[in-house]
Design a protein around this ligand. Structure first.
Ligand SMILES: Nc1nc2c(c(=O)[nH]1)N[C@H]1C(S)=C(S)[C@@H](COP(=O)(O)O)O[C@H]1N2
Ligand SMILES: [Mo]
Length: 225
């Protein structure tokens, strides 16, 4: 019946690393993506959905992963996974909430505070915001510098107790704890300091640039359902 709901395979998801219920085991082999979030209407419980706006994403590992930090900084840098692992790690246990309604409570995260990376790069006085990019080649996001410097914004290396998996945006994704999931860029590859906020992928398609949970977006989705 779940498959019927999904139509002829036009929409689907792969649920969390631990597919536990009947619905997830039915869905897991479909290997489709859910860029619109409509599958949040399915009764899947408190599990992650794997989202990607692109059909496939290249794999990066410790040998090939790079994070470029540039724009309005004194020291443009490229960090490897080893570089990131050598920086101080911060652990958080926080909920993950997609603006479409699904929510995963008390997820373990660990990584480097974005503020640490910004401080090392030396943000110039003209810097106001960040443009974040993904090695999926398509997804982008924005944060003001003030948001980016919050202590619960991580360049995450671990999630759910182990290295961030490819499907969840590994080896490195962003985790913006106080904001809806769309701010948490998967397959993070670039951090550019800009002098204005440049709206990201979903923000061009109607999501609020202000992504704080509880302060934005709810109404749009109420209206749609
Ligand atoms: N590169 C990229 N990052 C992304 C997305 C995406 O499609 N592509 N989707 C966003 C949205 S809307 C959510 S809710 C989360 C979902 O994270 P997950 O796929 O690990 O569940 O990733 C966010 N980051
Ligand atoms: Mo989302």
């Amino acid at each position: 019946m779940v498959l019927g709901l999904l139509g002829a395979g036009t929409l689907g998801i792969v649920t969390g690393t631990r597919a536990q219920n009947a619905a997830t085991s039915l869905l897991a082999p479909i290997e489709l993506r859910d860029p619109t979030g409509l599958t949040s209407l399915l009764p899947l419980g408190d599990t992650f959905r794997f989202y990607s706006v692109t059909g496939s994403v290249p794999f990066r590992d410790a040998a090939t992963y790079r994070l470029a930090i540039g724009g309005l900084v004194d020291h443009p840098t490229t960090l490897t996974l080893a570089d990131l692992r050598a920086l101080p790690q911060t652990e958080l246990v926080r909920d993950f909430q997609c603006v479409t309604g699904w929510r995963v409570p008390q997820v373990h995260w660990s990584g480097v505070r974005l503020s640490t990376i910004l401080d090392r790069a030396g943000v110039r006085p003209t810097g106001r915001a960040l443009r974040l990019t993904s090695f999926d080649g398509t997804y982008t996001e924005s944060l003001t510098l003030e948001e980016a410097r919050l202590p619960d914004v991580l360049v995450a290396l671990k999630m759910l107790g182990s290295d961030v998996t490819h499907d969840h945006g590994g080896p490195v994704r962003l985790y913006v704890a106080p904001m809806y999931g769309y701010k948490s860029v998967k397959w993070l590859s670039g951090i550019e300091v800009t002098d204005t906020v440049i709206p990201g992928y979903w923000e061009h398609r109607g999501y609020d640039v202000d992504g704080f949970v509880g302060q934005s977006n709810g109404r749009k989705f109420d209206e749609r359902t």
